[in-house]
Ligand binder design. Structure first.
Ligand code: PGA
Length: 266
């Protein structure tokens, strides 16, 4: 069975003290076999949590970084600065694309910069509600994906993570239990789009190796349905990752859910 990856995107939540304390509690939990678990706190908490997590199984990710290695870029942190601290970095999150106007071109540079620094980019792609209503999902996912990985070699593509996160399914951090959410068929279809594009450009072996996550109001009630999709390798919860009672059950579900092939209408 393919290993599963559960990454909690904490977004702009928690003080440093709260983030460190929660990371400590998560790190004390035994991580089930076959599952990789990581947390993605804000930048201020990264280095203290990195120290705390040494010699534990819990992984650490960053929410954002710039593509230049250093220089006059006020307010930014670089990928080399994350080296030795974060294993993953989110790139192209829908909030970065829409609130901070990040373009596909900027995202491509960030993906390449992460790989150059030995950090695994979690390339987030997803359509808006309007794009979905106009049946543009496939085109949008293809554009965001193909552009995002254009500067990578096939060996590099094989090691990245792609997260399908439809913009309209992302919660405000509190509403994840009752928010609109994609169906498992949506997730499977998107995973098929991701892998068929990668297969066409970089070969079938590479497409098989890429990890594809689902994110957007993922929670313990819907986790099994997503993890059952044979194209989905894990979850990127936001709101539900902010407390133990909603985060850890998803880790346990990931350890026990066996994927089955689901047929989706093209
Ligand atoms: P959500 O956030 O689970 O709160 O919808 C997911 C994400 O944006 O990564």
């Amino acid at each position: 069975m393919r290993s599963k990856l559960i990454l909690g995107n904490w977004k702009m939540h928690f003080t440093v003290k709260q983030a460190v304390s929660f990371a400590g509690k998560l790190a004390a939990k035994p991580i089930p076999e076959g599952v990789t678990v990581g947390v993605i706190p804000h930048a201020l908490a990264l280095s203290e949590i990195a120290t705390l997590l040494q010699k534990t199984g819990l992984k650490l990710g960053a929410q954002n970084a710039y593509f230049q290695d250093e220089g006059a870029f006020t307010g930014e942190i670089s990928m080399p600065m994350l080296r030795g601290i974060a294993k993953y970095v989110l790139v192209g999150h829908s909030e970065r694309r829409h609130i901070f106007h990040e373009s596909n071109e900027l995202i491509r540079h960030k993906v390449a910069a992460a790989v150059r620094s030995g950090i695994i980019p979690v390339l987030c792609i997803g359509e808006t509600l309007v794009e979905r209503q106009h049946y543009h999902t496939k085109q949008v996912l293809t554009d965001q994906l193909v552009s995002g990985i254009a500067d990578l070699t096939s060996e590099e593509v094989a090691k990245i993570v792609v997260a399908y996160e439809p913009d309209w399914a992302i919660s405000d951090g509190k509403s994840f239990a009752k928010h609109d959410v994609a169906t498992p068929e949506d997730a499977q279809k998107s995973s098929d789009i991701i892998r068929s594009n990668i297969s066409e450009l970089y070969g079938q072996e590479v497409a098989k190796k890429v990890k594809v996550l689902y994110g957007g109001s993922a929670n313990p009630d819907n986790a099994a349905a997503f993890l059952k999709c044979d194209g989905i390798d894990g979850l990127l919860p936001g709101g539900a990752s902010l407390n133990m009672a909603t985060f850890w059950p998803m880790v346990e579900i990931a350890a026990t859910t066996v994927p089955t092939k689901i047929n989706v209408k093209k």
